[in-house]
Design a protein around this ligand. Structure first.
Ligand code: ATP
Ligand code: MG
Length: 578
């Protein structure tokens, strides 16, 4: 749901409430600054009329001191306003950014499936920055220059209210222009943000897929695509600047016309004697001085609308529902009994379910295997257990209770998962292995685990050992080495249920057998679910489920399935080449 601009102002304003005192100080500073400037013009009237025209030396001796005092006051107010404003603005943005980061972290996996990382990064970096600018720059101009205009009007009216009234005619017209232009500004700003998202997305794709691009000669395609989004971004900016320049010019022309009208009236013979030189100078300077703040006020509108559009895009994310975590049960350590009953699951982005009416029962400590063609739903099923996706039909019970009854934290604590796509952080091997542990492992413990997962084999010879950096997502390691680190990470977590999704697929036969032995001993007393294409690794399972298009079509031990001569037997035959 889109929020109106007013709701967004209000919501943004709420963020400043925590820094109320500083915000008020800053407003006082801005008002003071504007007052000093207006006072300066106001004082020209007595200087000229009393000082110069009437040759009053007392007034003239005070003049330099007043000037110094005004300039000093102006400087102090300015510093106060700028410092406090920057403080509030930066605090608000820090808070928004932090909230955005945390909110994204707790959004469901399905949300991230549907949104590109580039867009999200752009929100955290670019959009928050836009809000900061809107808050500081726009508030500064609106309050300071706004007050200046009001003060100048006071000076003008004080000098001659009849003449000054003419100036007021233009105010409704200016308001109308500002209103129309605002809408356009906001629309363009939204486009700029989207364009910025496209720029980050394009860059991200180029960086992440760098090697593929080289391998498949995608250079031109990428360059063209980026040139397009880059140019789109530029066009939006030009549109914005053009709109701004036009509105500023129109407003200034209006103001100048009003000024011309006033000058014409003053020049009339009946008027010319009623006005002193001092009044005339004060009036004229006020009007001249007003052009600058008017221009800034018209200009700042663009900035403000940009901030509003950015805040809107941020609030949209902040309003997206988090992962449902309504369960209340805690579970220190489960026995590992898993009952899946009639589960049908459809990815939110797809129409066809990928798991259909699937049921299975895993007893505590059992070792089961899932096999089946690629795309049959094995990984999906393993993702449903720790609730990476929520099911809508059927039920999954862990230790006799629906998994939704547990808190997400408690539930996920029960699983050590080695997923098909190994994800490593750009950190040391040691930190990747112990990721998620509250208390760090001692060096010998760490080496012990590294040996179990056969990480030690390749780490030992590295000059930095376990402190070697693995690079972005582990690029500095081989596929098999990455998998071994992932296995070590799962071993360290030591959860009651182990899920291995193609955990050893990238290993050579010998390493696989060695790791298999390590995993075998790890699985003792634990429930484990092993997904494998290489059937030799799962022969010893207590039960093997064969999946096809999201349904279990065969189940039994290796021997039973061979004997029944079904799909599994056929697969085995193919793999053994007989
Ligand atoms: P493989 O052996 O190749 O790993 P799998 O049995 O693990 O295959 P799944 O990853 O469970 O297969 O995928 C099952 C189906 O769900 C596939 O048709 C796939 O296209 C689809 N799918 C997988 N992940 C998603 C997702 N995040 N969003 C939408 N559809 C998905
Ligand atoms: Mg899979």
């Amino acid at each position: 749901m889109q929020q109106s601009a007013k709701q967004i102002y209000k919501r943004l304003l709420k963020y400043t409430f925590d820094y109320k005192a500083v915000a008020i100080l800053s407003i006082v500073g801005m008002l003071g600054y504007a007052a000093m400037d207006a006072l300066f013009i106001k004082l020209m009237q007595p200087f000229i009329d009393d000082g110069l025209t009437q040759r009053n030396t007392e007034v003239l001796t005070w003049a330099p001191l007043v000037v110094i005092a005004l300039v000093l006051g102006r400087g102090i107010f300015n510093y106060m306003a700028s410092y406090c404003l920057s403080y509030v603005g930066s605090q608000v943005v820090r808070k928004l950014r932090q909230q955005l980061f945390e909110h994204m972290l707790f959004l469901p996996v399905s949300f991230h499936d549907q949104h590109s990382n580039g867009d999200m990064i752009s929100k955290i970096t670019f959009d928050t920055e836009q809000v900061q600018q809107a808050i500081t720059r726009a508030l500064q101009v609106m309050i300071r220059e706004g007050a200046f205009v009001v003060f100048l009007l006071v000076v003008m009216f004080d000098a001659s209210w009849q003449l000054s009234s003419i100036f007021l005619i233009i105010i409704p017209i200016v308001a109308l222009i500002v209103n129309v232009v605002s809408k356009r500004f906001r629309k363009i700003s939204k486009n700029i943000q989207d364009a910025m998202g496209e720029v980050t997305r394009g860059s991200e794709q180029m960086l992440a897929g760098h090697k593929v691009i080289h391998g498949f000669e995608g250079h031109n395609k990428e360059i063209e695509r980026f040139a397009q989004v880059n140019n789109h971004n530029r066009q939006q900016r030009v549109k914005m600047d053009a709109t701004r320049a036009l509105s500023v010019s129109v407003i200034q022309i209006l103001a100048a016309s009003a000024m011309a009208l006033i000058l014409a009236i003053i020049a009339m013979p009946s008027m010319i004697d009623t006005i002193t030189s001092g009044t005339f100078v004060a009036l004229l300077s006020s009007m001249m001085m007003m052009l600058r703040p008017l221009k800034q006020l018209a200009n700042v509108n663009g900035e403000l609308q940009r901030g509003i559009a950015a805040a809107q895009s941020i609030f949209e994310i902040l309003d997206t529902q988090l992962e449902k975590d309504t369960g209340t049960l805690d579970l220190p350590s489960c026995t590992g009994e898993i009952v899946v009953e009639g589960v049908t699951f459809c990815y939110p982005t797809k129409k066809e379910p990928v798991i259909r009416g699937l049921s299975l029962h895993i007893k505590p400590g059992e070792r089961v295997a899932l096999v089946g063609r690629s795309g049959s739903g094995k990984s999906t099923l393993s993702n449903l257990l720790p609730r990476f996706y929520d099911i809508e039909m059927g039920s999954i019970l862990l230790d006799g209770r629906p998994i939704q009854d547990y808190t997400l934290k408690a539930l996920r604590r029960q699983f050590s998962l080695v997923s098909q796509q190994v994800v490593l952080f750009n950190d040391t091997i040691a930190n990747n292995i112990t990721y998620g542990l509250d208390t760090p492992l001692s060096e010998p413990q760490l080496i012990e685990v590294a040996k179990q997962a056969h990480v030690w084999e390749f780490v030992e010879s590295l000059p930095e050992g376990l402190n070697t950096l693995v690079g972005e997502n582990g690029v500095m390691l081989s596929g098999g080495q990455r998998q071994r680190i992932a296995i070590a990470r799962a071993i360290v977590k030591n959860a009651p249920i182990l899920i291995l999704d193609e955990a050893t697929s990238a290993l050579d036969t010998e390493s696989e057998r060695l790791i298999q032995d390590a995993l075998d001993s790890l699985m003792v007393g634990k429930t484990s679910i092993v997904i494998a294409h290489r059937l030799s690794t799962i022969e010893k399972s207590d039960r093997i489920y064969v999946l096809e298009q999201g349904q279990i079509v065969e189940q039994g031990t290796h021997q039973q399935l061979l004997a029944s001569e079904g799909i599994y037997a056929a697969l085995c035959k193919m793999q053994h080449g007989a």
